[in-house]
Design a protein around this ligand. Structure first.
Ligand SMILES: *Cc1c(COP(=O)(O)O)cnc(C)c1O
Length: 367
């Protein structure tokens, strides 16, 4: 038996975030079967908690087995049939991923592209989405730190047949997400960002309009594993529970414990905490003379992209941050690769102590 206990880290990258010890403890609870009458109320409770966090009354609200990308894929493949017109906003890595999944599902995809770090103006997206079956956009672009406005897009599309899909992987429980208020038809998230639960589950929610589109498909969903109508036969208690795939029981205990923390803090208090600490970090970086790369006025508090001074070797410096300070930050992706860091303040990681630590470490390493 090998003993390879992991080193102590402070997770200030683009996810995973630090996890409260009570969430880790929940992962070690005794296993139950996925059809055990003692387990089903746990699952039902999680779906209720997710409705509160997504701010929705959608009955089709559940944790998909798999990371955020599984939720992304579930939203797209359940709504797309071959030949459907799909519009995707692309201003970073995750918009690109949405477009790629849509193409693989057989859609005819058009993109609304913007420079990395900038948002997509709602009017431009609404115009492009006109007549499409599905329009998909990223709320919190973790590759750039841009905070996409959604309310206006949702309001405009609600009066049309277009289904609005929203990536809330990094936004959920970090900034306001209002699925019903904005008229979002399908949204997905991930557990390891602002929910502060280990990676492995993807909360999703489908509006009645999206469920209707799923029911009136003329072709089967491309993915058997992610076919929501099959999954709902297990999750949604009506008519008895049917086995589809084995629910990841331990992960679900962890998610329940994480959601308990989110709801005990309160959504508004949690958004305020992220907003306050994000400003504190961004002000500190600006005082150091470092450029913030996301569009001013549309910066996420929970994910900051910051440019590094000329002459700094990005990867070795980031490695020193890990080895000498125990702090993980993310490197830049795409156009920002080698030139920027991505600093996450997500969920349990978003504390004043961590902001002070990362700023002090950066002054030392970059100074
Ligand atoms: C992390 C992330 C994803 C993908 O989630 P995985 O858990 O890595 O599969 C998708 N979209 C955004 C915005 C993300 O930040």
């Amino acid at each position: 038996m090998t003993n390879t206990f992991p080193p102590d880290r402070i997770l200030l990258g683009p996810g995973p975030s630090d996890v409260h010890p009570s969430v880790l403890e929940a992962l070690g609870r005794p296993l139950l079967g996925h059809l055990d009458p003692a387990f089903l109320p746990v699952l039902d409770g999680i779906c209720d908690q997710l409705r509160t966090v997504f701010r929705t009354s959608n009955s089709a609200t559940l944790p998909i087995s798999g990371t955020g990308s599984a939720g992304l894929e579930a939203c797209m493949v359940n709504l797309i049939e071959p030949g459907d017109d799909v519009v995707v906003g692309v201003n970073g890595v995750f918009g690109g991923r949405l477009a790629e999944v849509a193409r693989r599902a057989g859609a005819t995809v058009s993109t609304v592209e913007r420079e990395w770090g900038r948002i997509i103006e709602p009017e431009a997206f609404i115009e492009a989405a006109r007549g499409a079956k599905v329009a998909a956009i990223v709320h919190a672009e973790t590759s750039t730190g841009a905070h996409q406005p959604v309310a206006e897009i949702g309001a405009a599309l609600a009066e049309t047949n277009t289904l609005l899909v929203l990536d809330t992987v990094t936004s959920l429980a970090g900034v306001d997400v209002d699925i019903d208020g904005w008229g979002v038809d399908a949204a997905y998230s991930g557990t390891q960002k602002c929910l502060s639960v280990p990676p492995g589950l993807s909360p999703v929610t489908f509006s009645p309009k999206a469920v209707e589109a799923l029911k009136s498909r003329s072709t089967p969903v491309q993915s058997w594993y992610l076919d929501l109508s099959l999954i709902l036969a297990y999750v949604d208690g009506e008519g008895g529970r049917t086995y589809h795939h084995t629910a990841p029981i331990s992960m679900l205990y962890g998610l329940q414990a994480g959601l308990d923390h989110v709801l005990a803090e309160g959504l508004r208090a949690r958004w305020d905490r992220h907003a306050r600490l994000g400003s504190m970090l961004q002000d500190g970086l600006s005082e150091m003379g470092l450029p913030l790369l996301a569009q001013e006025g549309h910066r996420l508090p929970q994910l900051t992209t910051v440019g590094l001074p000329d002459g700094i070797d990005e990867a070795p410096t980031r490695r020193r941050m890990l080895d000498e300070y125990g702090i993980e930050v993310g490197g830049g992706l795409g156009q920002f690769a080698g030139k920027a860091w991505r600093i996450g303040l997500m969920g349990h990681s978003a504390s004043e102590r961590n902001v002070r630590l990362v700023l002090a470490a950066m002054r030392d390493l970059l100074g």
